[in-house]
Write a new protein. Structure first.
Length: 290
């Protein structure tokens, strides 16, 4: 018998959705940062093992739409809600339990769900046990599992619970497929992650990254990318004094991209100002956000 199905990961911003996807896949597919709304796209990771294939999706956190970009992000959440076989509802153990459960109620889920209590490394055992009891009493989850996505704890138990709920079926993708996203997409994401790491406040939220050139040369891959911001002042900040900041972005991104591609990389970055790109359909399309 073979099982195959779609498992989508939902939760408030920073609950650890992207960290969990990466941990389950054993690959860094989704970028992670302590800032909310780092994930803008739905990212698929495909886990193929003897006897089963699980197509996981990481979704942007559940948010109130403010910009068109946010509406598109919520669109990704809604479409994920509708087509999953199993929903993983992930909660940070330190978040307000009642609030989280109310939020999950409001999603009006059709899929069967597993409640995943993440960051168990942050809670004493007695407190964790009490939380598990409260979550079981909620009654809407087929299982309640405690994990630490960061420390890769509890993941075997979580996989067992997922497999119990996965339908019988043939694989959807060839067994060596890891994701449905392009290499260019991951390269752009790795660059965007460095901007989340290095800059405070609003800069990351005003930034998009587009790969404009991706060439496999003899011994290395040559990549050019544009960092798009909304104002000249932001361009100045991204560049930094005498280009110090953009060099830092470039060197950190190159290290990660080389790891991801397992090849030497030559990376060239440019900064462009595009007023109000977040509210412009043409730009959102160009940046792969629609
Ligand atoms: P997302 O917004 O739900 O995708 O959350 P991320 O995966 O980006 O994680 C948000 C923050 O929580 C990051 O700083 C992660 O390193 C951290 N984090 C994720 N999982 C754990 C965990 O199990 N334990 C701890 N202590 N931190 C975690
Ligand atoms: K995050
Ligand atoms: Mg995320």
């Amino acid at each position: 018998m073979h099982r195959a199905g779609f498992v989508n990961i939902f939760g408030k911003p920073n609950a650890g959705k992207s960290t969990l996807l990466n941990a389950l896949l054993g690959e860094k597919l989704a970028i992670v940062s302590p800032k909310v709304q780092t994930t803008r796209h739905r990212i698929t990771g495909i886990l193929t093992e003897p006897g089963y294939q699980v197509v996981f999706s990481d979704t942007p956190g559940i948010i109130d739409p403010k910009y068109k970009l946010h509406e598109k992000m919520m669109g990704a959440v809604k479409s994920a809600l509708e087509d999953a076989d199993v929903a993983l509802l992930i909660m940070d153990v330190r978040d307000n339990t009642e609030e989280c459960l109310a939020l999950f109620d409001s999603l009006k889920l059709k899929a069967q769900c597993v409640l995943v209590l993440n960051k168990m490394d942050n809670l004493e055992k007695a407190e964790l046990d009490a939380l598990v009891e409260r979550c079981k009493a909620w009654g809407k989850a087929k299982a309640v599992v405690t994990i630490s996505a960061l420390q890769k704890k509890g993941l075997d138990t979580l996989m067992q619970e997922i497999l119990k709920l996965l339908p019988d079926g043939e694989p959807f993708y060839p067994e060596d497929t890891l994701t449905d996203r392009s290499t260019r997409f991951f390269v752009a994401e790795l660059i965007r992650e460095k901007i989340f790491m290095l800059f405070e406040e609003e800069i990351p939220y005003h930034t998009a990254v587009v790969v404009t050139q991706f060439q496999e040369k003899h011994t290395l891959t040559k990549i050019s990318a544009e960092i798009i911001v909304t104002r000249e002042t932001q361009k100045g900040i991204i560049l930094g004094e005498k280009g110090k900041s953009i060099r830092e972005i470039g060197s950190r991104a190159r290290t990660d991209i080389e790891k991801f591609l397992d090849r030497k990389v030559f990376l060239e970055l440019h900064v462009k100002v595009r007023d109000k790109w977040r509210d412009n359909d043409n730009y959102l399309r160009e940046y792969g956000l629609i």
